[in-house]
Design a protein around this ligand. Structure first.
Ligand SMILES: [Zn+2]
Ligand SMILES: [Zn+2]
Length: 96
């Protein structure tokens, strides 16, 4: 069901998709594909929930999604590698 071409999928998988590819509204913000509301990404994962209409969408490809299934199918990764590293650093600090 993905509208991503194979080449852009490869870019996403490699973590090479940049701002020129994603065209963010502003930093850490995405527009809801259903209602156009700008949603700020508060959590580290790429699964976004629209606070306006409640749909799930993907931070990476900006498509409306069913939920985590989108990531199980290998369409996108749920966490960016940089986010995982940041999380691990934060969790490590909390545990000390
Ligand atoms: Zn919405
Ligand atoms: Zn996606």
């Amino acid at each position: 069901m993905s509208v991503l071409s194979k080449s852009s999928l490869t870019l996403v998988t490699l973590g090479l998709c940049t701002e020129t590819y994603l065209v963010p509204v502003q930093k850490n913000c995405k527009q809801c594909p259903a209602c156009g509301m700008a949603i700020e990404r508060s959590e580290g994962c790429n699964k976004m929930t629209c606070t306006s209409c409640g749909v799930f969408f993907c931070y990476r490809c900006n498509q409306q999604i069913d939920g985590y299934k989108h990531y199980w199918n290998g369409n996108c990764i749920l966490f960016d590698l940089s986010e995982i590293e940041r999380w691990e650093a934060e969790v490590g600090q909390q545990m000390m």
